[in-house]
Design a protein around this ligand. Structure first.
Ligand code: FAD
Length: 410
């Protein structure tokens, strides 16, 4: 059977943050864009705390006004808690230039808003159209698509951006998937109506709490602007497996192992059944190939602890759009040195921080009371998402600098 064949300029798989922002950026440059999204929006997604660096990319995509006017919870930093230890970072007090504040967003609404903005700017976004096959062997990449009505068709494109997130469609179909070097961790999470007493808690910050006994188990509490919070626990899969019951029962039991939760969340209403996601850390053998590039989670995903996922997704979109623009202007682009390597630079900065966190070393640094302000500003920059800023020695030489700092703080 011959399928109906369509032709596109840039084809994007997935209308999550990476896909929609890439579509907006491409439309700003006058490119024709088709986005194919398997789901219908709005739909739930986890990953709600943005980093200030992400605002620059939202701005580049022409979507800043819509995001600012949406009424999301303002965010200016992060609070870290362990037993009696407490540390607060204000992202405005950072080394790197650029945005120092951002938002905490219900992703159902945020992702929908970005997709609508991409449409408003002229991208064609088809919801409930799933990419099911791909062929990158010819002159132009071709995908096979199934619509919600069961219609099958093909689209060939001048370039394919895979922004399918954990769908990881190209890594799966092209055999690019590689295991992550991190152990298999899982998260159990829900939204709650928090009823936290006003004045006892800074809603402008994400709160990261370390388990009182296990240095590698931690909780997030992400306040929204409507009196709800996102709450979650992250641990190795084998640790979480000890807890029985429904996911909501397991989450509640784990959350109240932290003594501070007993005060903070004593009136909380557990309004949404909790969910578990396991083994989210992923990697690939290549971030780009002939006629395609992987954006955001379709490439590598590290870990949620520093809320870096959406920022990395946006950065990948920005780098890929730059490369496409230069190709359109007649330049030859080496996607390895001009896309994959620059993207990995920041991802590797975050990776070193994540490794240090789970080893307990970064926790010594963050809770060290006598830290020098200029060092704190540099650490703050990276936690604000400026993981590509080479003026920061903690970006240029992350592992060695962190190790030296750990010694001092110990
Ligand atoms: P996604 O958001 O996953 O979007 C991909 C889209 O592609 C989806 O809409 C999907 O339906 C679509 N799709 C998939 N397959 C197909 C197909 N075959 N055809 C068509 N469409 C398809 N990040 C943060 O920045 N802050 C946080 O606080 C944070 N917390 C997190 C907590 C946990 C527990 C986890 C696991 C992650 C967290 N993240 C966080 C990471 C964040 O969720 C992701 O990095 C981010 O969503 C990546 O965006 P994306 O656009 O690459 O992918």
């Amino acid at each position: 059977m011959t399928l109906r064949a369509e032709h596109s300029d840039v084809l994007i798989i997935g209308a999550g943050p990476a896909g929609s922002v890439a579509a907006g950026m491409l439309r700003q440059k006058g490119r024709k864009v088709l986005v194919l999204e398997r789901d219908t929006f709005p739909r739930f997604s986890i990953g709600e705390s943005l980093l200030p660096q992400s605002m620059e990319f939202i701005e580049q995509a022409g979507m800043l006004r819509a995001v600012v006017e949406a009424g999301f919870q303002y965010k200016n930093g992060a609070t870290f808690v362990r037993d009696t230890l407490f540390s607060e970072l204000d992202f405005r007090e950072k080394h790197s230039a650029g945005w120092g504040t951002t938002y905490q967003v219900q992703r159902a609404r945020f992702d929908h808003l970005l997709a609508l903005e991409a449409e408003r700017m002229g991208a064609e976004v088809r919801f409930r159209h799933e990419v099911i096959a791909v062929d990158t062997s010819g002159e132009r990449p071709v995908v096979e698509v199934r619509s919600s009505e069961g219609d099958l068709y093909t689209v060939d494109a001048s370039f394919l951006l895979d922004a399918s997130g954990f769908g990881r469609i190209l890594p799966k179909l092209l055999g690019l998937e590689r295991p992550s070097t991190f152990p298999v961790r899982a998260a159990i999470f829900a939204h709650i109506k928090d009823h936290i007493d006003p004045g006892t808690f800074d809603r402008n910050k994400i709160r990261i709490t370390v388990h009182p006994e296990h240095v590698d188990v931690w909780y997030w509490l992400i306040p929204f602007s409507d009196g709800h919070c996102s709450i979650g626990v992250v641990a190795e899969q084998k640790f979480l497996a000890q807890f029985e019951g429904t996911d909501t029962e397991r989450l509640r039991k784990l959350v109240f192992e932290d003594p501070s939760a007993n005060t903070l969340l004593r009136n909380a209403e557990w309004t949404m059944p909790a969910r578990q996601i396991t083994g989210y850390a992923t990697n690939v053998s290549a971030l780009a190939g002939k006629g395609f590039a992987l954006l955001g989670n379709a490439g590598e995903f590290l870990d949620p602890v520093f809320s870096s996922g959406v920022t990395i997704a946006f950065k990948s979109a920005s780098l890929a759009v730059d490369c496409l623009e230069r190709e359109a202007a007649g330049e030859t682009v080496d996607w390895n040195t001009e896309y994959s390597q620059p993207l990995k630079k920041g991802v590797d900065t975050f990776r070193a921080f994540v490794e240090s966190w789970y080893a307990g070393a970064f926790q010594k640094i963050i809770f060290y009371a006598q830290g020098k302000p200029e060092v704190r500003r540099k650490i703050c920059s990276i936690l604000a998402g400026y993981a590509w800023d080479e003026t920061n020695p903690y970006v240029r030489d992350t592992k060695r600098r962190l190790a030296a700092l750990e010694e001092i703080c110990a």
